[in-house]
Design a protein around this ligand. Sequence first.
Ligand SMILES: [Zn+2]
Length: 261
Amino acid sequence: MVEQLSGTYQEKDTLLQRYFHTASHQISSFDEFTIKHVPLDEKVINVSDNEDLGWMAGIWSYLKEGILPEDKDEARKIRMRSAKFIIIGDELFKRGVSSPLLKCLTVSQAAYVIKEIHQGICGMHFGARSMATRVLRAGYYWPTLKSDCQSHIQKCKECQQFGNAHRQPPETLHWAYHCTLQSTTQETPYRLTYGADVMILVEVGETSHRRQVFNSEQNAQELAADLDLVDELRDEAQIHEEACKLRASRRYNTRVKPRSF
Ligand SMILES: [Zn+2]
């Protein structure tokens, strides 16, 4: 990559070409630039040498050796999933939307990245979603990225104390209650008390804020991040669905009373 940008040689790989285009596009907006090769974090790289591949194992053996599990369903799943991955120089990457190649991390590598990224945003009112976007932007991927960010933030005292933008302080909730139609009266407590109605300040603030900050480039980036996180959403939905089915069948089975005649 560094040699390409310096014009030393041209890259034939189409995926790397996308990186090249992005980088050279950004460079064109500067008057002057210098390139420095920054080695990937040593700690991140070293773990992978002897660690169990974990969630990557199936994809890895299929892409590297063409080996699929004997179970037909499992084999089909691995084949379909693998289409989104690529091995480059003994490392697994996911073809991303927010960036062309996302380096796949094992559980302990992921834990390290989560810790690092969290340190940078701790107490800054960022939610799990924004933290996940940051992980993607740093170029990393693992299947439980978003939920791991979520549980990490939930475990952090400081993040919990300040909360994120979506969590309102108690006064706001109190205010919102007084300005919301109550099912019993079909009136807001505020109007019942003062004979006049009010708008909830939070909502007004929220709308205008969203209008002010709307920016199509950022919006596109967010959409791309959504697409990178969609597999996790699907995995969760599938687990949820299977759990529902299991519960339903259990309920059904308990109703079946065996009778002998
Ligand atoms: Zn924190």
